[in-house]
Design a protein around this ligand. Structure first.
Ligand SMILES: [Zn+2]
Length: 92
């Protein structure tokens, strides 16, 4: 096993050191409601537009996954405020 670096601070993590994996999944969700404000909306036309896009671009709009390695200090910092909210508005 070789050394690796913390994705946040770049500290070297040696074999046997404590480290954490941070897995972030961002995916589209649907509440069952479709809001169509444009009365000229043509669903067939919209599907054709989507079909013309590259598959990986469409997939990225629906699902994106990130995997990071964190040292213990960066794990604490991340877990204290994972959405990087301004501290005045954060609820801990
Ligand atoms: Zn770190």
């Amino acid at each position: 096993m070789s050394s690796q670096r913390c994705s946040r601070c770049q500290k070297i993590i040696h074999p046997g050191d404590l480290f954490y994996r941070l897995l972030i999944k961002v995916f589209a969700d649907f509440d069952g409601v479709i809001n169509i404000r444009n009365t000229n909306f043509d669903i067939k036309k919209e599907f054709k537009k989507v079909e013309a896009l590259p598959e990986d671009l469409i997939e990225e709009e629906v699902f994106k996954e990130f995997i990071f390695v964190l040292c213990p200090r960066c794990k604490e910092i991340y877990c204290a405020n994972p959405l990087f909210l301004p501290l005045d508005d954060a609820y801990f």
